[in-house]
Design a protein around this ligand. Structure first.
Ligand code: SF4
Ligand code: SF4
Length: 302
């Protein structure tokens, strides 16, 4: 099933220290509404069945997003909205917003939550938003971004105490979080396969990975192209047929790193996206992998 993270705008009303969506300078790019509608129609045509309206903060363009949700609903596209919950100022206000979103066909709300968000959005607002979803019967979950350190225990406990549905999600050390200090880690040699859903940025660049993919500036490995020059169908097809992307989906980053000559001891000391960057954002390593991808690399299986 084709799915995409749709970055209508990168503008946000808060500034989290860990945000991957922006570097130090404020980034307030936004798509034209009329162009966004054309793109959604083209996506429906190309068989896209899921759209996640993602960071910046979609509520800053609430009326625009409602129009886009209506369009998706009409074309039977599943919709998710990612938000920081700053709008959920009281249970009543949260209930009103959730009702409007439901009327316009939203399928799921994803509420971002972390100790960094807390510096701008008190957790009670996340609680208001989640409870309103529960009351209205709108699917939701809380994306609990964490570096797995002890200070996060209290934030996790808050979610448990309030019986909220949540999923921990590792900080991605890109964007503003790139400057964070990080603990050494040792994984147990997981395969690290990624489904790789594409991401569309407001400037209409489309990337093959919606997480840290747009930050691979050394090689632009994940850049599929721009919708000014290519159709939605062409860029999805590229994402689905590029041999190295398919190796990430099937073999996983760990096996590719091993093939590329990384020591096992070294591989277990990397976070997934960091290992990915090491492999694919280094021109020489990427060139080597591209040369081998249809031959030796694909045979590097058990
Ligand atoms: S709410 Fe999301 S988009 Fe806004 S600054 Fe925080 S992490 Fe970034
Ligand atoms: S490891 Fe690479 S492909 Fe997977 S989520 Fe991270 S940047 Fe994307």
């Amino acid at each position: 099933m084709r799915k995409i993270a749709f970055g209508y705008s990168t503008r946000c009303n808060i500034r989290c220290a860990h945000c991957v969506a922006a570097e130090e300078t404020p980034d307030n790019r936004k798509m034209e509404l009329s162009r966004a509608k054309e793109i959604i129609l083209e996506m429906a045509e190309a068989g896209v069945r899921g759209i996640s309206f993602t960071a910046g903060e979609p509520f800053l363009y609430f009326n625009d997003i409602l129009e886009l949700l209506t369009l998706c609903h009409k074309h039977k596209i599943y919709t998710r909205m990612v938000t920081n919950s700053s709008w959920a100022t009281s249970p009543e206000k949260a209930g009103q917003y959730v009702a409007i979103l439901q009327e316009h066909g939203l399928c799921q709300l994803r509420l971002s939550y972390s100790r960094w968000h807390q510096q701008n959005v008190p957790r009670e607002k996340v609680l208001n938003a989640a409870r309103s979803c529960k009351l209205a019967g709108l699917d939701y979950f809380i994306s609990f971004v964490t570096d797995f350190s002890e200070p996060d225990d209290v934030y996790e406990q808050f979610l448990r105490d309030n019986q909220l549905k949540f999923f921990p999600e590792p900080v991605i050390y890109a964007g503003r979080a790139n400057s964070f200090g990080r603990e050494e880690i040792f994984t147990d040699y997981q395969e690290n396969q990624c489904p790789m859903n594409p991401y569309l940025a407001p400037d209409l660049n489309m990337y093959a990975c919606c997480d840290a993919g747009s930050h691979f500036k050394g090689t632009n490995f994940f850049l599929l192209g721009n919708l000014k020059d290519h159709s939605v169908e062409q860029l999805f097809t590229k994402s689905e047929t590029e041999p190295l992307y398919n190796c990430i989906r099937t073999m996983g980053i760990t096996n590719i790193a091993s093939f590329a000559g990384f020591k096992a001891r070294e591989i277990v000391s990397y976070r997934k996206c960091e290992l990915c960057k090491k492999l694919f954002d280094t021109p020489e390593t990427l060139k080597h992998l591209r040369n081998k991808v249809t031959g030796e690399l694909q045979k590097w299986t058990r």
